[in-house]
Design a protein around this ligand. Structure first.
Ligand code: ADP
Length: 416
């Protein structure tokens, strides 16, 4: 992103850079017409190829208008939008109180954490009613007013960067968002609904309550894998006085399967209200720990029998290491031959072996009795002996295979 400080974009005069995220750079600017501070969020087009930038620009106007229509006291207002040298930008209210990220890193009392997130949950309930999913909820997207009131920002940025078929414009195969806060289904780029936002709220709450994120790793893909496979580290392990109802609330928010979470933000809001009223009377029927099963390395796991099969399959293709771990052979002999093929081959081998055996004479040596029976008929051979006359006369000389008399008697063979 070229240095924009001191430049003027339309009626906005850029004052300073206040942040840079994965997809955009944020500047503080002066709205010269209304004479007030604004924030300008400009998409970092240097990250994308030309064709992709064109696609972003095509949908940007539509999305910016949809965002500008969102009107809720807990959602940061989109004031305007524009384009600077091919880079689209949004003009937002400027908030000076920092972000919720500044409050992470150490455990926060559970009542304070639940109260802080309540306006955000109301904002999300409103957005979901208007068919807008946030997709990138995280502490740095929850801005604070100078009085500490939280406002949700960055709606729809993820949507702008996403293609119609659910693929991301970044072409990474990993869904748009921030891996540490992404639901398992979002991490692998599947279609998401409001329940992906519910999961992300769960991660933010977990972080506020315990001072740590539940899943971290060295690479974005490794984090996504942990969201898919690793059981949730019990929040109670890090905070001793956490009411069981709050712990169960977190477990439900962070269920691996969307259908096991709260089904909408209103339901979650009611749960939080009830816990704040009395943490001991609020009951949730969720087990305190998910079963410890690693779907990828567990060899007894059958993808066909599990509705997560598609998830794991997609995951295998995008991660060669795991593909090696759980890959099945492409070709198996049982796929082309019937199940009784070993019996047929065994029979053939016996037949061939038997024939060779019988014809090789080995049988004669191993079973002499049987051999005698076969050769017991004496054979006569003609031999030529000179006769007294000149005409040679054939004589017949009996030739008998010599065998013991005992056997000869028992067989009753008559010698000639
Ligand atoms: P990320 O969400 O990845 O942190 P963003 O591009 O959303 O990156 O924002 C970067 C930083 O800019 C934020 O963490 C926040 O400190 C600041 N910021 C964003 N929007 C505003 C705003 N409207 N008013 C004041 N500061 C803002």
């Amino acid at each position: 992103m070229p240095n924009l400080i001191g430049k003027t974009l339309g009626r906005y005069h850029i004052l300073e850079q206040i942040g840079e995220g994965g997809m955009a750079t944020v500047f503080k600017a002066l709205d010269t017409r209304l004479e007030r501070d604004v924030a300008i969020k400009i998409i970092r087009t240097e990250l994308f190829g030309k064709a992709i930038i064109e696609r972003i620009l095509q949908r940007f106007e539509r999305e910016a208008k949809a965002l500008a229509r969102l009107s809720h006291p807990n959602i940061l207002k989109v004031l305007d939008y524009g384009e600077y040298k091919g880079s689209p930008y949004l003009v937002l209210e400027y908030l000076s109180g920092g972000t919720l990220k500044d409050k992470t890193g150490q455990p926060m009392p559970w009542e304070q954490a639940l109260q802080l997130l309540t306006p955000i949950i109301q904002a999300l309930a409103y957005a979901h009613e208007h068919k807008i999913i946030h997709r990138d909820i995280k502490p740095s997207n929850i801005l604070l007013t100078d009085k500490g009131q939280p406002l949700l920002t960055d709606f729809g940025i993820a949507k702008i960067l996403e293609l119609d078929d659910g693929q991301t414009l970044t072409g990474t195969g990993v869904g748009i968002g921030t891996p540490e806060y992404m639901a398992p289904e979002q991490g692998i780029g599947k279609d998401v609904d409001a329940r992906a936002d519910i999961y992300a709220v769960g991660i933010v709450l977990y972080e506020l309550l315990t001072g740590r994120k539940p899943y971290t790793a060295d690479t974005p893909m490794a984090v996504v894998i942990k969201h898919i496979n690793d059981p949730l580290p019990r929040p109670g392990k890090f905070v001793s006085d956490l009411p069981q109802s709050v712990e169960k609330l977190l477990i439900k928010l962070l269920a691996k399967k969307p259908q096991d979470r709260f089904s909408n933000m209103d339901e979650l809001g009611l749960g939080i209200k009830a816990i704040l009223a009395n943490p001991d009377t609020f009951k949730l029927s969720v087990p305190l720990a998910e079963p410890e099963r690693n779907l990828v390395t567990d060899r007894s796991y059958s993808p066909e029998a599990d509705e997560n099969a598609h998830t794991i399959d997609l995951f295998e293709r995008s991660n060669p290491v795991v593909a090696t771990e759980s890959k099945r052979p492409r070709f198996q002999i049982k796929d082309v031959l019937p199940s009784w093929w070993p019996a047929v081959i065994g029979g053939l081998l016996l037949l061939i072996g038997g024939t060779i055996w019988l014809n090789s004479g080995i049988a004669l040596q191993i079973f002499p009795t049987k051999a005698l029976v076969f050769t017991s008929t004496p054979t006569a051979t003609k031999t030529m002996t000179p006769s007294p006359s000149d005409t040679p006369q054939p004589t017949v000389t009996p030739s008998v295979t010599p065998y013991p008399s005992k056997i000869r008697d028992s067989l009753g063979v008559e010698m000639v």
